[in-house]
Design a protein around this ligand. Sequence first.
Ligand SMILES: Nc1ncnc2c1ncn2[C@@H]1O[C@H](COP(=O)(O)OP(=O)(O)O)[C@@H](O)[C@H]1O
Ligand SMILES: [Mg+2]
Length: 322
Amino acid sequence: MTDAILQVKDLSRYFRVGGFRSAGTLHATDEVSFEVAPSEIVALVGESGSGKSTIARVLAGLYPPTSGQIIFEGQLQGRRTSRKVRGRMPMVFQDPFGSINPVLRVGHSLLRSLKLHRPDLDKAARRAEAVSLLERVGLLPGGEVLRRYPHELSGGQRQRLGFAQALASRPSLILADEPVSMLDVSIRIGLLNVMRGLRDNEHVSVLYITHDLASARYVADRMIVLYAGRIVEEGTTQEVIGFPSHPYTRLLMATAPDPRLPLASDTDVADLGEPPKVINPGPGCRFAPRCPLAMDQCLVSTPTMVHLSPTQRVACYAVEQP
Ligand SMILES: Nc1ncnc2c1ncn2[C@@H]1O[C@H](COP(=O)(O)OP(=O)(O)O)[C@@H](O)[C@H]1O
Ligand SMILES: [Mg+2]
């Protein structure tokens, strides 16, 4: 993929944890590499604690990486990356209250974003654009929603507002960290359709971060499966769902709900048991202790990603290579 808008190369982020005697290094995410193309939805799927939010925060510039590279729109990202460039890759959070000021009207922060990111617009044009942004994420009528307070919106409407806010900076990629996880199952589909609309109508890509395989299957073009901070499998949604190759992906699939009933139930893959906290890891596959196919080799060296097709890759010694 040479037209990628985002290239992540060997990205790691560690945290120092524990006290004086028990100090250790927690590997929240380890040597993660992937790309995102224009106008595609890529799902980053994994159990709670697998490192999804850490990846999003590093991409958003909230944490510096421990090592690795982020190349966004052809530019190597670093500490000096400007707000303007960061605005091209905004983040939508799980908890809309975390990012919305409750005492200000909906229009306030939206207009402020436009002031920062759209100096080309005068006051009237900014207002018109704010109305348009709201309507493009399904908040109608935009002119009326603009005057409301956040508490006058439902949870689903607040998440739509989060996407409108993200859109204000004319992004090429939105980092959406569990944007529907706190919503009732019945209104999740609407939000997932907002993401599809952004892809299809606004040519925005979305890195859709979720622990919920069913919603990833519903909305994503491609899927990346994480386990304990590492990517174990990646492919088109059809490949990963139709031909899951890593034993962990297969386990996820086996515990996911019926594909004909997407989003019908609240599947929390964390029910499988938490992945290990990765502190001072040794060599070997991190899934080996839970893996039905584990061999001696799996305990002593880390499998690297091998291609099963031009688009599907898997990191597993037990998978037969083509
Ligand atoms: N600021 C931090 N300090 C220490 N450990 C952290 C920090 N942020 C995340 N972690 C740890 O990193 C691992 C991955 O966390 P996170 O990225 O939040 O996973 P996810 O979003 O997939 O649930 C977890 O073990 C978590 O406890
Ligand atoms: Mg998270």
